[in-house]
Design a protein around this ligand. Sequence first.
Ligand code: AMO
Length: 429
Amino acid sequence: MFRTHLVSELNPKLDGAEVKVAGWVHNIRNLGGKVFILLRDKSGIGQIVVEKGNSAYDKIMNIGLESTLVVNGIVKADPRAPNGIEVHAKDVEILSYAKSPLPLDVTGKVKADIDTRLRERLLDLRRLEMQAVLKIQSVAVKSFRETLYKYGFVEVFTPKIIASATEGGAQLFPVLYFGKEAFLAQSPQLYKELLAGAIERAFEIAPAWRAEESDTPYHLSEFISMDVEMAFADYNDIMALIEQIIYNMINDVRRECENELKILNYTPPDVKIPMKKISYSEAIEILKSKGVNIKFGDDIGTPELRVLYSELKEDLYFVTDWPWLSRPFYTKQKKDNPQLSESFDLIFRWLEIVSGSSRNHVKEVLENSLKVRGLNPESFEFFLKWFDYGMPPHAGFGMGLARVMLMLTGLQSVKEVVPFPRDKKRLTP
Ligand code: AMO
C-alpha cells in the first residue's frame, strides 16, 4: 500500500496519528537542520518535514522537484503550515527521481508559451490548472451522457475507418486498408443516421479526424465529437434537446467543480432557456448593417461572429436556416424555401460549438442532393440502400468537446484543453 491518506484528507483531528502519503515533490526548502517538502498528490499539496538525523535527510536534501516519494510519518497540527497540518517524516522512500532542472515549472510561477507547454506536456498536465481542466471535462462528458440517458438515448460506437467522405472530401485522412484506400472518419454522420433508423435515439462520444490545414485556436486534426441522432424528430426538437444538455452541463460543472473553477478563476456563462435564435438571413442583414462585406451564401466565420456577438451580446445563441447548398448533402431543405435548410449552429460568443439539422429521409432527394454537390450516389450505396426500407424522418447534431471546453474553462485555444493535441505540426507527444 503506497498511502493511507491523500494529503487533502489530513486534518488537525489526526494530530499524533501515523500516516502514509505519496506524491510529487512540488517544492523543497532547507532551513537549518530541517527540510520542508511540499508534497503534491491528486488531491492537493501538503507539507512534510524531514529533520536532521533522519536517515532520509541526506538523500532528500538535494532531490529534484517532481521526484516521487512515499512518506511515513506523524501528523502534527501546526498553524504555520499550509492547511494547519504537517507530517513529520519517520521513513521516506524515493520511488522515482526527476532530473534537474525541469524543462517546465510545474508550480506555474514561471510562465511558458504554448509550444513549450505542449512539448513538455506531462509536466504541464501536472499543473493545478490543467488538472482542473481535465476534471471539468470529465464532469461535462458525464453530464452529457446523463442527460441523454434520461431522454432514452442509447450510447453507440460506429466504425472509424470508412469508405467515403461525409462532410466534404478535402479534409480526409487516407489510410491503407488491406491494399485499398480508406479514410479516418470525419464524423459518425451516416452511421448514426442508420442507427437512428433502428433504435431511434443514438449517441456517440468518439474521436473524429479532419486534415485541417490552417492553424487556428479552434481547429484540431483529431477531436472528440459528441454526436446525437434522433428519429421522428426535426431540428426544433434537437435544438430543445441541446438547450437541456448545455443547461445541465454548465450547472453540473458549476456544482461539482467549484474548486476547479476557482483555480481557473472563471465562471461559465448563465444559460437562459429558450436560447436566442436568429436566422442566417437575419444574421447576414445585421452584418451588412455593420459594414461587413458579406452576401447570402457566404459562410459566417469567426471574424463575422465576433461582429454579431458585439451586436447581440448573447453568450449562447442559435443561427438557424442556413443556405441549403452550404450544408452537407444529408441536410433537409426547408419546405417553404428550398434554398434554405432546416439547420442550425449553436454559437458560444463567437465560436461555433454545435452544428445540426433535420435530415433528408427520401432516397431520391438524397441522390439528387449528392449529384448537385458533385458527389457520386454510387459511392454512398451502403447508406442510401436503407432508405428503401422505412427510414423515419430524423435529425441530430455534432458537438465538439474541445470547443465546449473553452466555454466551460475560459481558456482560449482548443490545443490547451486537449491533453495531447494533434494538429499539422504535432504528432508527438
Ligand atoms: P461539423 O462539421 O460542423 O458538423 O462539426 C460538428 C462540431 O464539431 C466541432 N469541430 C471541430 N472541433 C475541433 N477541431 C475541428 N477541426 C473541428 N471540426 C468540427 C465543432 C462543430 O460544431 N455531421 C455534422 C454534425 C451533425 O449535423 O450531426 C458535423 O460533423 O464544434
